[in-house]
Write a protein of this length. Sequence first.
Length: 78
Amino acid sequence: MSHVNDVVERLRAYWRARRMQRFRATVGLRDDWHILDVGGTPHLWSGPAERQAVTLLNLPSIAAEMEASAAPTRHVLA
């Protein structure tokens, strides 16, 4: 079963990277911008190509679950 999980995680990472590439191209995202991600998660911003300063705005119950993330994000509670 862990082989299936590995494959699924690789596919998720691949498609997440593709979505981020499209987002960067569509918005014209620059490295010096600061992003406010309302309802977002650190996982999205933890890719190797993501260099923006990111602030995540979430409800306290959601933010508490994400505090342990290694992604370089700042959490704000609403």
